[in-house]
Design a protein around this ligand. Structure first.
Ligand SMILES: [Cu+2]
Length: 137
């Protein structure tokens, strides 16, 4: 039985989701990598689940070009619904969990469609910005 269970887990993780039948558990999406527009910092966005209408939580890791962590930055995260030109809600909290690793919680997408997410990171006189787009179903 134990082997059968392991095989089922393996099938799920290789993407044969239809074979798993009725499970609502989605695999975490692939990390999204983007380079900052102002200072070239490297951002890795790891949402807990695919971005959806409602509140979203994600982890944002930021490093400099030499891979050193961007530690102690003040982050703002802003959503924009591109078709209508309005924002979203939140985030309700941004906390640095480890050097350069920021937890963004309660990022509120209020409707489906194409959204941009702009992350501004500031340390003193250093200011970088990363922009990603999400097609929210
Ligand atoms: Cu809208």
């Amino acid at each position: 039985m134990r082997h059968a269970f392991a095989a089922a887990v393996l099938m799920c993780s290789t993407g044969l989701l239809a074979a798993c039948g009725g499970g609502s558990e989605e695999p975490a999406p692939e990390p999204e990598r983007v380079t900052g527009e102002l200072l070239g910092w490297r951002y890795t966005l790891e949402p807990d689940a695919a971005i959806r209408v409602g509140e979203n939580d994600l982890t944002v890791t930021i490093v400099r070009e030499d891979e050193s962590p961007v530690e102690g930055a003040t982050l703002t995260v802003a959503l924009l619904h591109l078709a209508h030109g309005h924002g979203g809600e939140g985030p309700t909290a941004i906390t640095e969990e480890a050097p350069g690793v920021y937890r963004v919680e309660g990022l509120g997408v209020t409707m489906s469609g194409l959204w941009s997410c702009t992350i501004d990171a500031t340390i003193g006189a250093e200011h970088d910005r990363a922009v990603v787009e999400w097609d929210v179903r």
